[in-house]
Design a protein around this ligand. Structure first.
Ligand code: PNW
Length: 452
């Protein structure tokens, strides 16, 4: 059991929860919203668990007041939400849809009334279908330009209510799972050259959006991105393995976080990709690597690294089949990720303002006969990750807030409603929300500003 005095966080540390538009909103055809690639993909047979879609999801589009009350009940001071691009530009570009903007203004006003500060992600995977049709989505630089136009417009419209923006959520998920593995929308399996160019267009889109947001918002606005970068975690905390984990973190994130932080594609990456390497200009690299105010890290499963005598100087440690994971088979448990996830960007790239934009897990939650949800495994998971976050904060690394993924169960992409990540349970038949044991745990963490 953690000692709450020992595990106290700095007074300025802020706690919150995260969600994403397509996963919670529903209202897919309301308020003038256009279709996104996730509407198209999830309606195609065989793509998601049981053919489930985000048509209704948590009906947050209509129940946002009740859901913000849940945040308030927890004592959350910050909330990370995403803006649905196809609500703002139903065709991806062109004339903005005022009803879409109004929805977010209502949500933001409600948050302000409850004293909860919003952090807005501008792209959490719901690309307007029109841009997939017109330009093949992220395969084209045209989509990168369209994203910058949308980002500049919406950030400007929200700027008097929102100080913190993240351009994109998890490049590796929406590009690699969507355009390489075909598991996420748009369900493509591109060859390596096309894939690398698509990756490049996505990081370029981020950079162009940073410029557009800065040009259209009030001074004091902070811009960053939220990435589930590969956190090289030393298998043993000794000098040689720590050194290897630093090297691994730079190399394994070469197409995304590393180029954004360093303004260069590492030689190892370009050589390894050979003829399939992305084509780019020096100007692109400058845009991609514009200095950021914030870094959001999404922390789930570990990548353990050991020192190695081969040319790479590091190796990924393979996990045995007995390695413990949560309900999602990929969600191996690695609490140290929350320590190294913060420490690496601070030490490698001198990042000064880090938020944990997602951390949480899926559990096989059920409602007990007494009406409660006893998610003991999620409490165990969160407690151990938070102890590692405390270590990072207490060693002086610049982590200033934490968002649990997620406030409530929601549409878990290809896994539909089968996997639950919420600290509130959602009964999808009635849309009733029930606080799980983990919500009671998290409320106590927030109340005491300490791991309990
Ligand atoms: C993140 N993987 O996605 C997303 O940002 C959320 O929208 C999502 O609900 C949450 O994590 C839980 O999955 C991921 O396969 C999806 O390693 C897949 C993976 C990682 C993160």
């Amino acid at each position: 059991m953690a000692n709450p005095e020992f595990y106290r966080f700095p007074d300025s540390f802020r706690w919150g929860c995260a969600t994403a538009a397509y996963q919670v909103e529903g209202g897919a055809r309301e308020g003038g919203r256009g279709p996104s690639i996730w509407d198209t993909f999830s309606h195609k047979p065989g793509t998601t668990y049981n053919g489930e879609t985000g048509d209704v999801a948590d009906d947050h589009y209509h129940r946002y007041r009740e859901d913000i009350q849940l945040l308030s009940d927890l004592g959350a001071k910050i909330y990370r939400l995403s803006i649905s691009w196809p609500r703002i530009f139903p065709e991806g570009t062109g004339k903005p849809n005022q009803a879409g903007v109004d929805f977010y203004l209502r949500v933001l006003d409600e948050l302000r009334a409850k004293n909860i500060e919003p952090f807005c992600t501008l792209f959490h995977w719901d690309l307007p279908q029109a841009l997939q049709d017109r330009y093949k989505g992220w395969q084209s630089r045209e989509t990168a330009k369209a994203f910058a136009d949308y980002a500049g417009y919406i950030a400007g419209r929200l700027s008097n209510r929102v100080r913190n923006f993240f351009t994109m959520n998890e490049f590796s998920s929406f590009i690699d799972l969507g355009y390489r593995d075909g598991k996420f929308a748009p369900g493509l399996k591109l060859d390596p050259a096309e894939l690398n160019q698509t990756r490049h267009n996505a990081v370029l889109a981020h950079g162009l959006a940073v410029q557009a947001i800065r040009a259209n918002t009030r001074s004091g606005t902070k811009v960053g991105l939220a990435e589930n970068y590969i956190i090289g975690t030393p298998i043993i905390e000794s000098e040689e393995h720590i050194k290897a984990s630093v090297l691994a973190t730079r190399v394994l994130n070469a197409p995304y976080l590393t180029v954004i932080m360093e303004g260069q594609y590492l030689e190892q990456y370009l050589q390894q990709q050979g003829a399939a390497a992305p084509k780019f200009t020096p100007e692109d690299l400058k845009i991609i690597s514009a200095p950021l105010d914030l870094l959001g890290i999404n922390v789930y499963n570990p990548t353990y690294i050991r020192a190695d005598s081969g040319p790479a100087q590091f190796a990924v440690v393979p996990l045995p089949s007995s390695y413990p994971h949560m309900a999602s088979p990929w969600l191996n448990i690695g609490p140290e990720g929350l320590y190294w996830g913060v420490r690496h960007p601070a030490e490698i790239w001198n990042v000064k303002d880090i938020y944990v934009t997602e951390n949480g897990c899926s559990s096989a939650d059920t409602v007990a006969p007494d009406g409660n949800v006893y998610d003991a495994d999620r409490v165990m998971f969160l407690r151990n990750y938070l102890i590692n976050l405390h270590r990072a904060a207490s060693e002086g690394f610049p982590v200033h807030g934490y968002f649990v993924w997620s406030l409530m169960d929601n549409f878990e992409w290809a896994d539909g409603y089968n996997l639950r990540f919420g600290i509130y349970y959602v009964d999808y038949k009635t849309q009733r929300r029930i606080p799980k044991m983990s919500a009671h745990f998290y409320k106590e963490v927030i109340r005491r500003n300490s791991v309990v």
